[in-house]
Design a protein around this ligand. Structure first.
Ligand SMILES: [Zn+2]
Ligand SMILES: [Zn+2]
Length: 372
C-alpha cells in the first residue's frame, strides 16, 4: 500500500511549469516588505540625488517617500477595518482571470485622503517655496476634488489632472494599495498565495496597473529572474527575460543604455545572465551589455520598458532609478519608441491624451514641485 501511495502522488507539470523550473523554483510573485519598501527607496533617492541634475527634485521625493514609510507602518492601527476582498471575491476574480483589487474600480476608503494630508503636512516643513503653495492647496482641497485626482491618476486620464500635486496624491495611493495588498496577504496567505496569474500578463496581478519598470532579482531562488514592478501596489510579478512586457513578442528586442557621455549605446545582445540564456550562447560582454539600467525596446510594437539589474547593483530601485534615469527616456524617445512604464511620481504631461507616460520634448522639462 505504501509504495502505491507514493506513485500516486507524482504529478505532471505543465510545459510552463517545466520552463519556469528549469533554473530552479521561480516564485511568480515577489511581495513588498512593509518595513523596508519605502525606507530603501528613500535611501536610494538620497544616493542618486548627489551630483544629479535633478538632485533637488530627487531629494524632495526622498522626503515624500520617507512620509510614505511612516504612513505604511501605522496604516493598520489608524484604519483597522478597511474593506478587503473576501474568499469568494478572490475566487471570482481568479476564475475571471482578473485582478482582485483593481485600481480603476476598487471602492476607495476615505482613509487614503487622511494619509494624503499627513504626507503633505510631513513634507511641507522641508519643501522649497514653490512646493509650499502646492502642499497648502492639497491640505485645503475638498474630498471630491481629491477623488477626481485619484480617478485621473489611476485610469491614466490626463485631462483635469493637476500635475503639480500628482506626486503627493500618487504617494498616498501607493501607501493605500500597498497596505491593502499586504492585508490580503496576511488574511489569506496562510492557505498559500491569495491570488496568482491573471489573463493579462502585462498588468499587475493584484491591481491591474502597469509596471514602472522591471528588475532582475539578485538573491536566493530568484537569482537573475526578471520581475515587473507594479507602479501602484508595489507587487512584483515574474516575466521571463527577453520578452516584450507590452506585446509579449520575443522577436525584435534590443537593449539600450547610456554611455559615459550620456549618449545612447546598444548592447550586443540581450541580458546574458538570465533565465533564457544558456552557457553556450553567452555573447561578448560589452560595457553596454553590463549596464545597470537598460531600456528594453521592441520593434514589433514600438514600446520600451526599463530593466534594472539588481545583480549588478544591489541598491537599484524600480521607481527611484526610473526617476533618476530620465535622460535614457529622452534619448530612447528620440528613436521613436513609446514608454510603456508608468511612474506615478513623475507623469509626463500631455494634457489632451489618455497616455500619461510619454516623455516630454527635451525643451519641455518635467513638472517639478521641488524646483519649478
Ligand atoms: Zn499592483
Ligand atoms: Zn512589444
Amino acid at each position: 500500500m505504501q509504495s502505491m501511495g507514493a506513485t500516486a502522488t507524482v504529478r505532471v507539470m505543465s510545459s510552463e511549469e517545466i520552463a519556469a523550473r528549469a533554473g530552479g523554483e521561480t516564485a511568480f510573485l515577489h511581495w513588498p516588505q512593509r518595513a523596508t519598501l519605502f525606507a530603501e527607496r528613500e535611501m536610494r533617492l538620497r544616493q542618486l540625488a548627489v551630483g544629479h541634475a535633478m538632485g533637488d527634485f530627487l531629494l524632495f521625493l526622498a522626503g515624500v517617500v520617507h512620509a510614505q514609510h511612516e504612513q505604511l507602518q501605522t496604516f493598520g492601527q489608524q484604519f483597522p477595518s478597511l474593506p478587503l476582498p473576501d474568499n469568494s471575491a478572490l475566487d471570482r476574480a481568479a476564475r475571471a482571470g482578473l485582478p482582485p483589487l483593481p485600481a480603476s474600480d476598487w471602492p476607495r476608503d476615505p482613509a487614503w485622503q487622511t494619509s494624503l494630508r499627513a504626507i503633505a503636512a510631513a513634507v511641507r516643513a522641508q519643501a522649497p517655496a514653490p512646493a509650499q503653495a502646492v502642499l497648502k492647496a492639497l491640505a485645503e482641497a475638498d474630498s471630491d476634488w481629491l477623488e477626481r485626482q485619484a480617478d485621473c491618476l489611476l485610469t491614466g486620464v490626463m485631462v483635469g489632472l493637476d500635475l503639480a500635486s500628482a506626486p503627493i496624491v500618487a504617494a498616498a495611493l501607493q501607501v493605500y494599495w500597498t497596505h491593502l495588498l499586504l492585508q490580503v496577504q496576511s488574511h489569506h496567505g496562510a492557505k498559500g498565495q491569495p491570488f496568482g496569474r491573471i489573463d493579462d500578463e502585462t498588468a499587475c496581478p493584484c491591481c491591474g496597473s502597469r509596471p514602472t519598470s522591471s528588475i532582475t532579482r539578485s538573491s536566493g531562488e530568484s537569482l537573475g529572474q526578471r520581475y515587473l514592478h507594479c507602479s501602484l501596489c508595489s507587487l512584483q510579478w515574474h516575466m521571463v527575460r527577453i520578452k516584450c512586457p507590452h506585446c509579449l513578442s520575443a522577436k525584435k528586442l534590443a537593449y539600450f543604455s547610456l554611455d559615459t557621455h550620456d549618449a545612447l549605446e546598444v548592447a550586443d545582445a540581450g541580458p546574458t545572465d538570465g533565465d533564457e540564456a544558456s552557457d553556450e550562447a553567452q555573447p561578448v560582454h560589452s560595457r553596454a551589455a553590463s549596464a545597470v539600467i537598460q531600456a528594453e525596446t521592441c520593434d514589433d510594437c514600438g514600446h520600451y520598458l526599463k530593466i534594472m539589474h539588481s545583480d549588478r547593483n544591489a541598491f537599484v530601485d524600480p521607481i527611484a532609478d526610473d526617476l533618476a534615469s530620465i535622460t535614457l527616456d529622452l534619448l530612447v524617445a528620440d528613436t521613436g519608441k513609446l514608454r510603456h512604464g508608468v511612474n506615478l511620481m513623475l507623469l509626463f504631461g500631455e494634457s489632451d491624451t489618455a497616455e500619461p507616460s510619454q516623455p516630454p520634448d527635451r525643451a519641455d522639462p518635467p513638472p517639478d514641485p521641488g524646483a519649478a
